[in-house]
Each structure stands twice: as C-alpha cells, then as structure tokens.
Design a protein around this ligand. Structure first.
Ligand code: FAD
Ligand code: EPU
Length: 336
C-alpha cells in the first residue's frame, strides 16, 4: 500500500490502495473509476488521512499559467496543479497585484476556490473570474462563473452541491489594474504608505512568526473555522469574559441581524488547550487554532484531541466548533 505521509502536510503514517499522479484531463479520465472510492489531492495541506484509505488517491499536477491583459484588467488562466505561493510570487514579480495578502498559503491553485482561501483581510473569491471543471460522472467540461461558485467564508459550492462531483482543472483570475491595497487586518494596519510588495513581504513575515512550517512540524493550518454567532450569543459571552475579540461579519451589508465572528483561537485558548499535548498531537503554543503532529501521531490522537477541544468549547461557551480541515477515513471523508 503506497504511503500518504509525504502527500499530506499533517504527515500521519497512513496509506492508500493506489496512488496515481495526472498532468492533464485525458490522463485523469483514464485513471478515474466511478466504482472505486477516489480522493483527489492537491498539496495535501487541508487533508488529514486519519486511517488507511481503501481507495485511490489521484494527485493533481495539471500545470501551466497563461496571461493576457486589457486596459482595465490582467487575466490569468492557471493549471490547478500549480503551487499557490509560487503563483502569488510570480504575480508580484510581474506586477499583477491583488493576491499579496494571500502569500505563503500552502497548497495548489486548484484547491483555492474550494474553501475560498483567505488571509489578512482578503478572500480569493474577490479575484476569481471563473473555475474550469470536469464532471466526474460524465467527463463533461464546464465553466463555472464566480456567482455560481456560491463563495462564502471558507465555503463554496465545491463543498456542497458540487462536493465530490468535479475535478477542478484550471482557475481563471481577473486582477484589476487599478486596485486598492487591503491593509486593514492587524499588523498590516501599522504599515506606512505600503506598496503591494510591502504587503506581500509583511504577510510572509507575520505568517512565519505565527504559524508552524509544515516542513518542520506537521500541521494543516487552522483545524477549525472561526465560528459566526448571533449578537445575543456574543453579548452573553461578553458579559462573562473581558475583552472578547470579535468582528462584525456583515457590518457594511444591509443584511440584518448582525452576525459576529469570534476567533476560535481565543475560545480554544480560554478553554485551556493552548500548548496542551495529547500523545503526539499538540495544540500549537502561538496559534491554538493549529494542531500539530509532534512525530508519530495517529489518526486516533488527532480525533481525540479535536473532539476534546470541541466538547470543552461547547461546555464553556455553548459554541459548536466546526472543522476547517478535511478528515479522511478508510472509505472517504468523515466528520468529527
Ligand atoms: P488538499 O488538501 O490537497 O485538498 C483540499 C480539498 O480540496 C480536498 O477535499 C480535495 O479533495 C479537494 N481538491 C484539491 N484539489 C482539487 C481539484 N483540483 N479538484 C477537485 N477537488 C480538489 N487556508 C486558508 O484559507 N488561509 C490560510 O491562511 C491558510 N493557512 C494555512 C497555513 C498552513 C501552515 C497550512 C498547512 C494550511 C493553511 N491553509 C490556509 C489551508 C490550506 O492551505 C488551503 O485549504 C489550501 O487551499 C489547500 O490546498 P491543497 O492543494 O493542499 O488542498
Ligand atoms: N488569539 C488568542 N490566543 C492566541 C492566538 C490568537 O486569543 O494564542 C486570538 C487573538 O484575539 C487574535 C485572534 O485570535 O486576534 C485571531 O488570530 P489570527 O489573526 O492569528 O487569525 P485566526 O482568526 O486565528 C484566521 C484564519 C487563518 C488566516 C488568519 C489571518 C480561519 C479559520 N483561520 O486565523 O487561516 O491565516 O486568520 O488572516 O479563518 C487557515 O485557514 O488554515 C488559516 C491559517
């Protein structure tokens, strides 16, 4: 059974029945079998194989980046198997700005629309024009426009209506030539008259200072999503705890009532898990939203730690945390 340890940044010692790489649509279609459990993998930075997977893992390495521009925009067509950070870096070098806040996010371009990757005040959906897919059932190629992707916070149609139904082959980006930098988030707000390159460099250095590098310490980034709660739930918590960090999600929108995002890192920290270790899984000391593999962790260790955190946060705050990561068991995706 081929090992998956080097194919997932969390690095559990799990395997699969078959592991194949494809570089174009015909090779994918020749490998894909409807009657067998299949998992499509990019960089494996959001996928944790908690058990040996009884199916086939198909690793996407569709490459290629093409560009043209108009008076107002740069248009980029990017193969889903391109590395995300390398693509962002290329854009910076070519002065195609807009993606600077999203530097150093691990993984592939093809996975970026799936959970609508976001960081430091920007989400990728603001720059995606269309997504090219192949329907797994029929092999038909389709173009899905931005609106049809139903993007939300760490969410899109690829997690719902089209979950496990498509291979994303290319992502088409539309970057405006007249653009505004987004420097509202945390440390970026302290920059004095920054350029796009300053934002790019600063995001990289903040991330390196806070987040563990998977090359040194296995992890999959934020394990949970930041919960979004009603104003009543937030006010209840704010009565019991001082200085609860929070963001109003729909401050500018006409949509009411207000929804409030509370950092899961704060909830997990207050629940006493920051720096805590269970067997070989640790809740990271500088960012408790990240669980790490200290070496030799098992899927059971991960599930136990994650369920302990969920139960403690629910008992203390009445909030149900939801995983951001994809957990894969022997037959496919599983939930906590
Ligand atoms: P994988 O783990 O390979 O796949 C993720 C999901 O997408 C799986 O369900 C898989 O089946 C599916 N998939 C992948 N490619 C395709 C395809 N071509 N077609 C169809 N389905 C596909 N995320 C953020 O949003 N913001 C962050 O700031 C951030 N920081 C991170 C920091 C670290 C240290 C780490 C390890 C992760 C971080 N992440 C972050 C999470 C992760 O990087 C993103 O979710 C990324 O987009 C995953 O890409 P991947 O190619 O590694 O996905
Ligand atoms: N905090 C604590 N204790 C800590 C650390 C943080 O209480 O030890 C609180 C602080 O109040 C801090 C807040 O958590 O202000 C938010 O922390 P941070 O700015 O690090 O961001 P986050 O909300 O924890 C989110 C994303 C990250 C993304 C960063 C930057 C989610 C689930 N996570 O983390 O994305 O990089 O913002 O924008 O939305 C990922 O998705 O894998 C990921 C890493």
């Amino acid at each position: 059974m081929p090992s998956l340890q080097n194919y997932s940044t969390f690095g559990l010692d799990s395997s699969c029945a078959s592991l194949q790489t494809f570089t174009d649509i015909p090779s994918f279609l020749s490998l894909y079998r409807k009657d067998k459990p299949t998992y499509i993998l990019g960089g494996g930075s959001n996928s944790i194989f908690t058990e040996d997977f009884e199916g086939t893992v198909l690793v996407n390495r569709i490459k290629g980046i093409s560009h043209y521009d108009t008076d107002s925009h740069h248009f980029l067509r990017v193969g889903a198997g391109e590395n995300w950070h390398n693509f962002v870096t290329l854009c910076m070098q070519e002065k195609w700005y807009g993606l600077e806040n999203l530097a150093l996010i691990p993984g592939s371009v093809g996975a970026c629309p799936i959970q609508n990757i976001g960081a430091y005040g920007r989400e990728v959906n603001t720059l995606i024009d269309t997504v090219e897919v192949v329907l797994l059932d029929t092999g038909e190629q389709l173009l899905i426009n931005n609106h049809e992707c139903e993007f939300g916070y760490r969410d899109s149609i690829f997690k719902h209506g089209l979950a496990n139904k498509v291979l994303i082959t290319h992502v088409n980006f539309k970057l405006p030539k007249v653009y505004q930098l987004d420097t509202s988030y945390g440390e970026l707000a302290q920059l004095n008259a920054p350029t796009a390159d300053d934002v790019y460099q600063t995001v990289i250095s903040i991330r390196k200072s806070k987040l563990p590098d998977p090359a040194d310490l296995g992890n999959a980034g934020s394990f949970f999503k930041n919960p979004v709660v009603s104003k009543d739930v937030f006010e209840d918590i704010a009565m019991q705890f001082d200085l609860v960090p929070h963001f109003i999600v729909n401050a500018d929108a006409s949509e009411r009532p207000e929804k409030i995002k509370i950092p899961a890192a704060w909830l997990i920290d207050k629940a006493g898990f920051k720096g805590k270790t269970l067997n070989n899984v640790r809740c990271h000391p500088t960012q408790p939203l990240v669980l790490t593999n200290l070496g030799g962790a098992t899927g059971e260790d991960v599930m136990t730690m994650a369920n302990d955190i969920i139960a403690s946060v629910r008992d203390k705050f009445g909030i149900q945390l939801e995983p951001e990561v994809r957990l894969i068991g022997s037959k496919g995706l599983i939930s906590l």
